[in-house]
Design a binder for this molecule. Structure first.
Ligand code: 5GP
Length: 175
């Protein structure tokens, strides 16, 4: 099964994804490719960082399950290899592509408790101010699109609780 985790940058998707995968032997994390530059808070293995040329060659060769341009940078999920359930931390546009190809995919939208908190988290992680505002506008757009696509929303106020909630959704899907 494919599990799609979407939500604004700063909502805590990455931390939630790591916690879910660490606690579940049958779930692994898909590592996306991106053309954006590494950020200070990125884990070294957060993405496969490539230039536009390399991304486009991989795309033309059919190497992506889905891909999207987000704020001027390309992001894509490589075609999965291996067994078990796969967790994709991707935007809602990617989630739409996955849902079209795999109607059984589980779609979860992770939210910060409110927009003020989202802004604070984005600033704290070192996004430049103009980028923060772009991401907030994008978050509003994504929230509306996710509702239409039938995403389940999980508010990340308390991390452990959010992780438990998603693990519960996954367990009931598998059952
Ligand atoms: P960030 O720059 O904050 O790491 O990611 C920006 C947005 O791109 C986030 O919403 C993130 O979930 C999304 N994203 C990351 N990887 C992929 C991917 O492979 N495909 C798509 N469609 N979106 C992605």
């Amino acid at each position: 099964m494919l599990v799609v985790l979407s939500g604004p940058g700063g909502a805590g998707k990455g931390t939630i994804a790591d916690a879910l995968v660490a606690a579940d032997a049958h779930l692994s994390l898909s590592r996306s490719w991106t053309t954006r530059s590494p950020r200070v808070d990125d884990a070294p293995d957060a993405y496969v960082f490539v230039d536009r040329g390399e991304f486009e060659r991989h795309l033309e060769a059919g190497g992506f399950l889905e891909w999207n341009e987000f704020l001027g940078e390309l992001y894509g999920t490589p075609v999965p290899e291996g067994e078990g359930d796969l967790l994709l931390e991707i935007d809602v546009s990617g989630g739409r592509q996955v849902a079209e190809r795999f109607p059984d995919a589980m779609l979860v939208f992770v939210e910060a408790p409110d927009e003020g908190e989202l802004r604070r988290r984005l600033v704290d992680r070192g996004d430049p101010p103009d980028r923060v505002e772009d991401r907030i506008v994008e978050a509003r757009r994504e929230r509306a699109a996710a509702a239409v696509l039938g995403y389940t929303t999980v508010v990340n106020d308390d991390l452990e609780q959010a992780v438990a909630e998603i693990a519960g959704l996954l367990a009931s899907r598998r059952a």
